[in-house]
Write a protein that binds this ligand. Structure first.
Ligand code: AMP
Length: 416
């Protein structure tokens, strides 16, 4: 019987993990430079958390959650997280972190789950990396999150990206926009697909997200034409800050984002190097979410990016750096002697391996070549007795017998 991974999931094999680690390292360094701290939360939460935060009329909550339960848990069913923002905010509130300081800049990396139809770049388990800057209404923070993501892309060599920004207004101006939008869509309604019809009553903004009827909704009113003076001023500072940081962007009135909690700034990074699923990251400001979840009434902004999508955009392959040595058991030596030397070298900070299949010297040399080790290190009975090793420089073939200490110095120095 052959087992298969569930549709829409991916195995990350050792050759792929190198690229992954490069991205993760670049992201960690960038987050740290920008003053963001890491948080980790469970991969499942009570379903009600997502209803309350992501929004019950959004696709990811309405149709895409993996929900299960424990009949003995009276607090309700669980759902695998379709995004990480709700759990992150819940954790900040539940752990009482706002008693320590008012403004938290945090980042996360971990799996998210959505019951979507799998295709290239769209999976049922994928990995999100993102930030939440919780506790400031300052438009400079909106800009900071965008600059931060652009820096991560730069650090991993992704250049073909575009940033589109929009403002969807606030509690004061959004209702006016909602009415105008409904007014304009009402006559089109009979021609729209079932999904859009449902959205009309439940969450009319989402019609702008609709791919099927995009051509019919081209000339609808634009949110930025309805924003109040405060929202306009907010967006103006975001734009000035992006210009000051030399991050290219363009205002796109069609960006609404699929989640309920956004206010004012919304944005998306996409890549022309990807196919249909070209969104690298999406984010925006959410000034009412934290308060509505029982936390302080504070302004916040964040983004989530798809790790697998960034890896696709990075393209190419990465190889791990070659090890320092490969130890070869030569002649009639006790393999525990080789093992002892290998452990000593590793304890000295060097990387390398030995043969664990009791193979011939020739076969061991083949392994030494394959790993790309800088040195092959022969240990025969004589060397073992003297506490020495015979070093072979794999580049020029030069050989010399040295004490173990000297071998360590030589390998650490990195010179041949
Ligand atoms: P969203 O909040 O839905 O915009 O998701 C944020 C980012 O996560 C997107 O820009 C994608 O890069 C990534 N993403 C979302 N859904 C998926 C998926 N099903 N598979 C892979 N990546 C995804």
């Amino acid at each position: 019987m052959n087992f298969q991974a569930p549709e829409g999931t991916k195995d990350i094999t050792p050759d792929q993990v190198v690229l992954w680690n490069r991205l993760e390292k670049a992201a960690r360094e960038t987050f740290s430079r920008f003053g963001y701290e890491e948080v980790r939360t469970p991969i499942f939460e009570y379903t009600s958390l997502f209803y309350k935060s992501s929004g019950e009329t959004t696709d990811i909550v309405e149709k895409e959650m993996f929900t299960f339960g424990d009949p003995e848990d009276k607090k309700g069913t669980y759902s695998l997280r379709p995004e990480l923002t709700p759990g992150t905010i819940r954790a900040l509130i539940e752990q009482g972190l706002f008693a320590k300081k008012n403004f938290w800049k945090v980042w996360y990396l971990g799996p998210a789950f959505r019951k979507e139809r799998p295709q290239k770049g769209r999976y049922r388990q994928f990995t999100q990396i993102g930030v939440e800057a919780v506790g400031s209404p300052d438009p400079l923070v909106d800009a900071e999150t965008m600059v931060l993501f652009a820096e991560i892309l730069k650090a991993v060599g992704v250049t073909a990206w575009e940033l589109r920004v929009n403002s969807i207004g606030c509690g004061d101006c959004r209702p006016k926009y909602r009415d105008a939008l409904k007014e304009a869509i009402r006559p089109l309604l009979p021609t729209l697909d079932e999904n859009c019809k449902r959205r009309f009553e439940r969450n009319v903004f989402r019609i702008l997200d609709c791919k099927v009827d995009a051509d019919k909704t081209q000339n609808l009113p634009r949110a930025i034409d309805y924003t109040c003076d405060k929202c306009k001023a907010h967006l103006a500072v975001v734009e000035t800050a992006l210009q000051a940081a030399a991050v290219p962007y363009r205002i796109d009135p069609r960006i609404v984002r699929g989640l309920d909690y956004y206010t004012r700034t919304v944005y998306e990074f996409s890549s022309s190097a990807l196919g249909a699923q070209n969104a690298l990251a999406g984010g925006g400001r959410y000034d009412t979410l934290v308060g509505s979840m029982g936390g302080p009434e504070v302004g916040s902004v964040g983004f989530a990016a798809g790790v697998e999508r960034i890896l696709l955009a990075m393209g190419g392959e990465a190889t791990a750096p070659p090890p320092d040595f490969y130890a070869v058991a030569a002649g009639d030596v006790a393999r525990t002697e080789v093992f002892k030397t290998v452990v000593a070298l590793r304890r000295a900070g060097l990387s390398g391996d030995m043969d664990f299949e009791a193979r011939s010297v020739k076969a061991q040399m083949r392994s030494a070549n394959k790993t790309g080790a800088r040195y092959a290190l022969f240990i025969g009975p004589e060397e073992a007795q003297k506490g020495a090793v015979k070093l072979k420089d794999m580049k020029d073939g030069a050989e010399q017998t040295v004490s173990l200490d000297e071998a360590v110095r030589k390998l650490q120095g990195g010179t041949s």
